[in-house]
Design a protein around this ligand. Structure first.
Ligand SMILES: Nc1ncnc2c1ncn2[C@@H]1O[C@H](COP(=O)(O)OP(=O)(O)OP(=O)(O)O)[C@@H](O)[C@H]1O
Length: 624
């Protein structure tokens, strides 16, 4: 991917509607939006904050086609090449400096001549002192100072743009602060807590990653943020470092920051990262694990002993929905929604989105800021943020919804389901470099594959939602410690989990969406290391093949041309893919089976012409 991107900073500010006690996380309906009259401009007056205003603004934006909007925010490659390369920036600085020097000399000459004229002009005024502001010399000097300041600002902006281009940083929003290049710069510019600096050094972070370069100053500015950056690019520290800095030290007010993660494993990992970064600062972090214990503790009013809460949404919602609620989020200043696109997902029962709405509403302080982070970007999350979050800044690193270029990705055709085990054994024999993660689509599949491999020499174990929490914890820690070499997992480990040094990810079952593909393979190739991802596909997987091939192509992998030319799934299939991908996959598998069955029957029928013993049943046996 070319590192040269044009920076887009749109001067748009959005006001949050008045807090009416509702927390509707659903995006506005398109036709509702389309009916709204277009707004007069994209700058909203600061005084009034009404939903009507918001809708007008939102309407004017979404009336553009998504393609146009995307093009505005992410120019095509040819456009991107117009970025500001280093030498151009240097030339620009040099020529501006020369021009400024020339202007200075001209102005000095002008000034001396106009000062000579002054007495004559001043005599025109009798009695009253002339206003000093309006003497031509002063006016000129003022103009010159302004001109110089403008030029300096231009040079500075040019440098910032160049820096962002270099690191693939894209930002939108008003008044975006300068990114930081080093942790030393961060420490001096924001007077970072000495213990926090010490902890960053102790952990071994030498330089901020691109998301940290831009997101940390933004969070420290007190903004609402929607951020996306590749898997394994340090998003956790990008929100934790500035939150820790802003909370300063322990106080007795109760939770002031809440981090919501979709899985227990991820919540636990974030808790450990928070623990490492807060060491010695006095801040206290609580991982919400044992709900009954929490309820007991809450009765003694002991929840105010912590500053930061890390949790999954369902546990927190359970506590919030007790009458009376056993947890208070009224003092929360920072609400972090990690894996934000996942937590915005809604299913028939409401899913994560409804839970998020409860949490959102419970964080009732006017001081609260929301930080939404993920490796993948969803347009509906962006639309919601734009509509509901005041002073929003968006930051993203690299191309949206692309896998990291640190992963070598490969697609392997295995024919049918039956072809998978032998293909897996072949790979494990020929290129086995543990630790290896194998993803399957359901707990049933996970159990079956585990039985298949458990007696081989691959030190295999399995993790899925049917296992006890203690077993899951043990499996994760054993895999981290290197006692398990091959781990079979469902989507439980698909997002956010940071296992150091996973060398290979195998998608034994084809991911249901390209988003799931990006997160699954992102368990390798993290924090600057390289990794390998192999994905099996069968005849039943062609509905998703094109979108995954596109992800591969966007992250710089070679993809067979035919895959990119596969027909796009019809709109009804796309809808099903979004609503219930598992169900659709089942249907497609059945269709392939039926097709084969049909072929088998036809073949068998044909065979019976020559051999009376051939039966259709026998011909289809291998497909079952
Ligand atoms: N500045 C840094 N320098 C070096 N390593 C870092 C830095 N910041 C974070 N890391 C390390 O990078 C790894 C990935 O970080 P993290 O888990 O935060 O990634 P992520 O972007 O949240 O990934 P995902 O999208 O998969 O959740 C971790 O091991 C973390 O310790």
């Amino acid at each position: 991917m070319n590192a040269s991107f044009r920076i887009l900073t749109q001067g748009v500010s959005f006001k949050r509607p008045k807090n009416d006690g509702t927390a509707d996380l659903s995006p506005p309906k398109r036709d509702e939006v389309a009916k709204k009259p277009p707004s007069g401009g994209n700058q909203l007056s600061r005084g009034k904050s009404t939903r009507g205003n918001l809708d007008n603004i939102f309407g004017s934006r979404v009336n553009k086609s998504k393609k146009d909007q995307a093009k505005e925010e992410y120019p095509e490659q040819s456009d991107l090449e117009e970025g500001v390369p280093a030498d151009i920036s240097a030339q620009c600085n040099a020529s501006l400096s020369t021009q400024m020097e020339q202007d200075r000399q001209d102005d000095e000459a002008d000034e001396s001549s106009s000062e000579d004229d002054q007495p004559a002009k001043l005599q025109l005024f009798s009695g009253a002192e002339p206003s000093t502001d309006f003497t031509p010399a002063k006016r000129k000097r003022k103009k010159k100072v302004k001109k110089d300041a403008d030029k300096l600002a231009l040079i500075k902006q040019e440098k910032i743009n160049h820096f962002r281009n270099l690191h693939n940083i894209h930002v939108t929003g008003e008044d975006i602060p300068e990114p930081v290049e080093t942790f030393e710069e961060l420490a001096t510019r924001f007077q970072l807590n000495a213990r926090l600096v010490e902890n960053i050094t102790k952990i071994g972070y030498q330089q901020p990653t691109p998301i940290q370069m831009q997101a940390i100053p933004l969070v420290l500015q007190g903004r609402n943020i929607l951020a996306s950056a590749p898997t394994g690019s340090g998003k956790t520290a990008a929100f934790l470092i500035p939150i820790i800095q802003s909370l300063k030290c322990f106080n007795n007010f109760g939770y002031r920051a809440v981090v919501v993660s979709p899985t227990r494993e991820l919540a636990k990992q974030t808790f450990f990262e928070t623990d490492r970064l807060t060491l010695g600062t006095g801040l206290r972090t609580h991982l919400l694990e044992d709900v009954p214990k929490f309820v007991k503790r809450a009765k003694k009013n002991r929840s105010s002993r912590f500053d930061i809460l890390v949790t999954t949404p369902n546990r927190l919602v359970f506590l919030l929905s007790k009458k009376p609620a056993v947890v208070s989020l009224e003092s929360v200043e920072w609400l972090v929604i990690d894996e934000s696109d996942k937590l915005f997902e809604a299913d028939k029962e409401g899913g994560f989105r409804d839970q998020l709405a409860v949490i959102y509403k419970a964080c009732s302080s006017p001081k609260v800021r929301r930080l939404l982070f993920s490796a993948t970007f969803a347009i509906e999350v962006e639309e919601w943020c734009k509509q509901h979050l005041d002073n929003l800044a968006e930051v993203s690193i690299g191309a949206r919804n692309a896998a990291t270029s640190a992963i070598d990705q490969r697609l392997v055709f295995v024919g049918t389901e039956d072809g998978k085990t032998s293909a897996l054994r072949k790979i494990l024999q020929e290129e086995y470099t543990p630790p290896v993660l194998i993803f399957v689509e359901s707990k049933q599949r996970a159990k079956e594959l585990f039985r298949e491999l458990e007696n081989d020499r691959f030190h295999v174990d399995v993790i899925h939602s049917d296992r006890e929490q203690s077993e899951r914890d043990l499996v994760v820690s054993s895999f981290r410690a290197g006692n398990i070499w091959t781990l079979i997992a469902t989507e439980v480990l698909g997002r956010g989990i940071d296992f150091k040094g996973v060398n290979m990810v195998i998608n034994y079952d084809f991911p249901l969406t390209s988003i799931s593909y990006i997160h699954r393979i992102g368990r390798t190739g993290r924090a600057g290391q390289r990794g390998k991802a192999i994905t099996f596909f069968t005849e039943a997987d062609d509905v998703n093949l094109r979108s995954i091939a596109s992800v591969m192509q966007r992250s710089g992998c070679e993809v067979p041309a035919f895959m990119l030319q596969l027909p796009k799934p019809s709109s009804s299939v796309r809808k099903q893919l979004k609503r219930n991908p598992k169900e659709l996959r089942k249907k497609l598998k059945n269709r392939v089976k039926m097709k084969k069955l049909g072929k088998g029957i036809r073949k068998a029928k044909a065979d019976t012409r020559f051999s009376a013993t051939a039966k259709p049943k026998a011909a289809t046996k291998t497909d079952s």
